[in-house]
Design a protein around this ligand. Sequence first.
Ligand SMILES: Nc1ncnc2c1ncn2[C@@H]1O[C@H](COP(=O)(O)OP(=O)(O)OP(=O)(O)O)[C@@H](O)[C@H]1O
Ligand SMILES: [Mg+2]
Length: 442
Amino acid sequence: MGAVLIVDDMEDLRFSLANLVKKEGYSVSTAANAAEALEFACSSIIDLIFLDIGLPDAYGISLIGRLKEITPDTDIVMLTGINDAKTAVDSLRAGAVDYIVKPFDIIEFKSTLHRIMQSRLMGKKALLEAQEIGLDRIIGNCEAMRRVKETILMASEVGSPVLVTGETGTGKELVARAVHDSRNRQSGVFVKVDCGTLSANLIESELFGYDKGAFTDAKGDKKGLVEVANGGTLFLDEIGNLPISLQPKLLRLIEETTIRKVGGIKDIKVHLRIIAATNANIEEEIDRASFREDLFYRLNVIPIILPPLRDRGEDVLLLANYFLHTLKKELKKEISGFTPDACREMLRHDWQGNIRELRNLIEREVIFCRTGWLTLNGLNTPSAPPPPSKNPEIVTLREMERQYIEKILNLTNNNKSKAARLLGISRTTLREKMQSDQILTM
Ligand SMILES: Nc1ncnc2c1ncn2[C@@H]1O[C@H](COP(=O)(O)OP(=O)(O)OP(=O)(O)O)[C@@H](O)[C@H]1O
Ligand SMILES: [Mg+2]
């Protein structure tokens, strides 16, 4: 189905063309002059316009430009008189895709109609296929993940901010990249900022840049990441850790699409898409007044909530097979698959580290596999921390590390980003250490 508009001041012709288009299976509207045509173009989605060149209130060719401004994706075919060969060429130059010389026969009209509508359909299909490339990398078929993919497609068509929420390792970054990649326009660069690992004053100049003289050692101007991402996507990871002092600046960026550098006096206009991700419960942060509610609503225009792996049913097996397939190729190992017990265990396991945990486990198993079948024994017997030493003065290095991590976690109220920063390791490393040392936090 497609929508066609016929613009001609001759009522008979308008009427008979409209009938014909309707019979061919398209929806059709008519306009008797330029004013009506422009009004219609403003208010509806049109695939194709047949436009008479000699309208009473406008010269057809100048109308092409105005219509194209209002609805750039609409195809326009000019209807010209027999003596208008030159105008026909001009109209192509002005943006029409074709012209038909009056008086024309029905067969010619029909074939033009179908040819254009068909090629639009193919174009749309190709576009959809291109958009699905980004989605292909997201494995998952459960209801929740299907909805996630639909939302990604929808989000790729509009520029509004997206907030991706989910436990660690559920694929937030993967989804952010898919939103960026599947934009049908030229999508520009993808710039990632980890709000959890930069200090408040560093993050401000990193994000917004600075002007010469902002600090004593600021020798020249510096472009911030926001400016770098201009025309593309700014991915704000761990947004829950964005220092409260910077939140108004981000709010301003979203609301007014302008930024001001540190020490700067003028506003800079930017155009970018913002995707934020968090594994924290932002609503709790709002209650604790460490996250601004107005900023949350501004970011949460398109929410994408990633379910934990334990709630994705048989997707865990799909993912496991996908990782096995890619890893055995990468590591050049001959492996037939998972034992039935391994599959049962995967469906039962609670996957605290979600997809990342699954991937790491399979990688380990593939490396050490000798039988050609993966048993996933590692799932049942997590490596136990070593027993404490008899002499309380002397502890193993690992025990020492465990105690120190616990201490820092206590100090930071179990804020893992802060703890990781203090310990000088990444969050992922901290998480892995906590897992292998069986450190639990509330
Ligand atoms: N649905 C999926 N299909 C295929 N791979 C996935 C999927 N979800 C996640 N992954 C993979 O799992 C790993 C973790 O994903 P990602 O880094 O996007 O998670 P995250 O939610 O950002 O984690 P964190 O909170 O720790 O930053 C990556 O290697 C990613 O490619
Ligand atoms: Mg991440």
